[in-house]
Design a protein around this ligand. Structure first.
Ligand code: ADP
Length: 492
């Protein structure tokens, strides 16, 4: 028996997991990553720490497998958009990694937006002009970090999977098409770096990796690292990997991940479809040089709202208690919570919006507020579903994952409010599973992603069970609450 080793490098931690080809997860090793906040809106990681801790976790899983000879292939999945800078010569980091959450380039992006560049950027990349994406971060580093700007031909730039592959192989510089699609430097219709975009951001092509498929043998690990070398055969950004792990393999298939924030991806097929409703168009995967596309919408605040109710307001002992409290009342008692704690994401894109709890009376208790917080997940998802539908992407079943959907009440509320079947897999680590599936395809264990789907186990189905008038009433209340928040935003 041989195994698939996955490196799942996230924002707050990195880990490695070991899978059997039938999908069983045989082990996991995790290390927390230090978050650096050098100033307001600035978020950095130590690139060497990312490498060292990922290596430690991978080594633990190689030992678990019984040695590198028993690992058929490595798959990598990662926090997207975060950029790293290193030396071609030494392979060592030249600067901190600038993390996706970092807002230091807000003015730069706003300036380009004012200069009328957003249309071109969106047409080529499927993205909007926002600090979230890698390009403005690279431009900033080239302008402000002398060790980066002075590196010249020695400079290597890449997202996290690029960095890990460079170190694992001792010098291979590649990125997969999903990660590349989040940089705002790739023309997603051609799958190549785009000169007009490189010029816009002032990024030298010589520093960038080669864009490759999400599966295939890219190279092998340096034999010094694990005793002998192992092939690296699959890569995708975390949300795309989760979508694959949820077997969203046909057009219309949709997954929603409810973690700290929430990310929804709908597979839109082989034809690139731009959003007219401020969703993002992105690459779902690339195999055999052919790209499959997706539309993506995100909510900035999901599980972090429950954390906030727990840690800041003290309404909950634990996140899980939210379920009990929501069930303890018959309805929301007229209370609505618009969770714009860090602005409103798609489809509103109002970064300066502020959260609100409305409809309170003396007959309301903390259970109503907690219930309103959980209900906000279905409400926000409903707004996204409408935006996706307006873009022609209609959802069938909604496949859910992430820490929040351990909450059965929430999963049922999603089914009820969306009037859709909601499917929750028993094995919830869909991101790592997707990377394992890609690695399995890349090393030839599976012929196709459809064949690799056998790795996905059983799922629980939540059936919609709510009267229309009930749903309409809730949606009307939500709409009113959101409008009040948006009105407040334009006034302030
Ligand atoms: P991430 O991958 O973004 O770190 P996770 O997928 O691990 O996040 O999800 C953790 C989030 O889910 C936390 O914000 C937590 O508050 C929330 N959460 C965990 N369990 C529950 C629950 N039973 N009900 C509601 N929210 C929950």
């Amino acid at each position: 028996m041989t195994y698939l080793l996955v490196i799942d490098e996230g924002t707050t931690s990195t880990r490695a997991m070991l899978f059997a080809p039938d999908g069983r997860c045989l082990g996991s090793e995790q290390r927390d990553l230090e978050q650096h906040y050098p100033g307001p809106g600035l978020v950095e990681h130590d690139a060497e720490e990312i490498w060292e801790k990922s290596l430690e976790c991978a080594r633990a899983m190689v030992a678990k497998a019984g040695g590198a000879g028993l690992v058929a292939a490595i798959g990598i999945t990662n926090q997207r958009e975060t950029v790293l800078f290193w030396s071609r010569r030494t392979g060592k980091a030249l600067a901190p990694a600038i993390v996706w959450q970092d807002r230091r380039t807000a003015d730069l992006c706003a300036g380009l937006k004012e200069a009328g560049q957003e249309e071109m950027v969106q047409a080529k990349t499927g993205l909007l002009l926002d600090p979230y994406f890698s390009a403005s971060k690279i431009a900033w580093a080239l302008e402000n970090w002398p060790q980066v700007s002075a590196a010249g031909a020695d400079l290597m730039v890449g997202t996290v999977e690029s960095w890990l592959v460079y170190r694992l192989t001792g010098g291979l510089h590649v990125t997969d098409a999903t990660n590349a699609s989040r940089t705002a430097l790739m023309d997603i219709s051609t799958g190549g770096w785009d000169q007009e975009l490189l010029d816009l951001w002032g990024v030298p092509a010589s520093a960038l990796p080669e864009i490759v498929d999400c599966a295939g043998i890219y190279g092998s690990t340096d034999p010094e690292l694990f005793g002998r070398s192992m092939p690296i055969a699959g890569m995708a950004g975390d949300q795309q990997a989760a979508s694959i792990g949820q077997a969203c393999l046909a057009a219309g298939d949709t997954k929603a991940t409810y973690g700290t924030g929430a990310f929804v991806l709908t597979h839109t097929g082989e034809t690139l479809q731009q959003s007219r409703h401020r969703l993002l168009a992105t690459v779902a995967w690339q195999l055999g040089g052919k790209r499959i596309y997706a539309l993506e919408g995100s909510m900035f605040v999901a599980g972090s709202l429950i954390q906030w109710l727990r840690d800041e307001l003290g309404l909950l002992e634990s996140s899980a208690e939210s379920e009990e409290l929501a069930r303890s009342v018959a309805d929301n008692g007229g209370v609505y919570l618009v969770p714009a704690l860090s602005g409103l994401g798609a489809p509103h894109w109002q970064p300066s919006a502020r959260a609100a709890i409305s409809g309170l009376s003396f007959s309301c208790g903390k259970s109503h507020v907690v219930r309103a917080a959980l209900e906000a997940m279905a409400h926000q998802t409903h707004d996204l579903m409408r935006a996706f539908a307006s873009d022609g992407a209609r959802w069938g079943v909604l496949k859910v994952d992430g820490g929040m959907v351990a909450n059965d009440w929430l999963a049922q509320d999603l089914a009820d409010m969306l009037d859709l079947k909601v499917e929750r897999p028993e094995f919830i680590e869909t991101t790592a599973l997707g990377a394992a599936m890609l690695a399995g395809v890349g090393c030839g264990l599976f012929e196709s992603l459809e064949e690799a789907e056998a790795m996905r186990g059983k799922a629980v189905l939540f059936q919609p069970d709510m009267e229309d008038k009930h749903r309409d009433h809730r949606l009307a209340g939500w709409r009113q609450a959101v409008e009040a928040v948006l009105l407040q935003t334009t006034r302030s």
